[in-house]
Design a protein around this ligand. Structure first.
Ligand SMILES: NC(=O)c1ccc[n+]([C@@H]2O[C@H](COP(=O)([O-])OP(=O)(O)OC[C@H]3O[C@@H](n4cnc5c(N)ncnc54)[C@H](O)[C@@H]3O)[C@@H](O)[C@H]2O)c1
Length: 283
């Protein structure tokens, strides 16, 4: 089975543009919905840039322009094609916004379409409960940057129909990516494990067990992690990590309590690579 013939992507930012790019590259007609016409033009630019980068790296079997022709950008959600087989939302991480675009998309597409959210932390069960037909909804958690990332977490709620999960897993494989199926729970599989490792590394730094370089080297060389937990926290952003840790602390308990050092660094504006300093210097 290939990718769906027609795909809708709501939100053409960092993640949505990448999701649109990979589906179009694999032959789908993709409609990207943005909040207005000028945001739609910007989304097309992002997709064009992504395709140009992929072409430079020799990752495309066709000219980028030919692939870009499969992408339509829209400033209005009601123009999503009724024949879309899959709609993935990738709007900002706010529950009311996601519910708004998902319920509106549901009323535009056919009853056979699958609806998915790219949320990295919100409850798939709660988002699905707002829909008329929650059985056709699940999480498709892509990773950043989307084109080279190998993984998609497929997050299923109790209401998700098994045939919907199977279709989505097939589509993920048709994109050349690997799916892991995860039952809806806070942090899914990746954030839950990744954040815990990051928090423990920060606690070790606080306790003076070793310095940041040593802690990261230990995991990179000893356990063959491609990147140590502190450098990885710097790339994600300390503020982003803190927000996720607070959410996991409130839902999963004390083991996710954010360390003081993390709070202090965020308060001091040391947010990682984006501000030039986190646990490492990035200037
Ligand atoms: N950035 C990451 O590393 C990452 C990784 C995995 C998942 N996610 C998740 O993906 C989602 C999007 O994140 P992002 O980093 O791409 O954000 P982003 O801010 O880059 O993109 C969001 C886009 O949605 C658009 N938008 C806002 N309101 C809209 C509306 N009503 N209709 C249509 N479009 C609208 C914005 O204009 C923007 O272009 C979030 O749920 C986030 O948690 C992000």
């Amino acid at each position: 089975m290939g990718v769906p013939g027609s795909v809708g992507v709501i939100g053409g930012g960092r993640m949505g543009a990448g999701i649109a790019q990979v589906f179009a590259t694999h032959g789908a007609a993709v409609s990207v919905v943005e909040s207005d016409e000028s945001a739609a033009v910007a989304a097309r630019e992002r997709i064009a840039e992504g395709l140009a980068k992929a072409a430079e790296r020799g990752k495309l079997s066709r000219q980028p322009d030919v692939i870009l022709e499969r992408v339509t950008v829209l400033g209005d959600l009601t123009r999503l094609p009724a024949e879309a087989e899959l709609v993935v939302e990738a709007v900002p991480e706010r529950v009311e916004l996601k519910i708004d675009v998902l319920t509106r998309a549901e009323s535009v597409v056919s009853d056979h379409a699958v609806l998915a959210s790219n949320t990295s932390s919100l409850s798939i069960t709660e988002l699905g409960a707002a829909l008329r037909e929650p059985r056709r909804f699940l999480g498709m958690h892509f990773f950043n940057p989307v084109p080279p990332s190998k993984l998609v977490e497929v997050v299923t709620a109790p209401q998700t129909d098994e045939t919907v999960t199977r279709r989505v897993r097939d589509w993920v494989r048709a994109l050349g990516k690997t799916d892991v199926v995860v039952r809806d729970s806070p942090g899914f599989a990746t954030s839950r494990l990744g954040v815990l490792l990051g928090l423990e590394a920060i606690r070790m730094l606080e306790e003076g067990v070793a310095d940041a370089e040593a802690i990261d080297n230990a995991m990179e060389l000893g356990y063959r992690h491609p990147m140590g937990p502190l450098r990885s926290t710097d790339l994600v952003g300390l503020d982003v990590r803190l927000a996720i840790a607070e959410y996991l602390h409130s839902t999963l308990g004390e083991r996710f309590a954010p360390p003081r050092l993390l709070r202090d660094k965020v308060a001091a504006g040391e947010l990682g690579r984006k501000t030039g300093r986190g646990f490492f210097e990035w200037r």
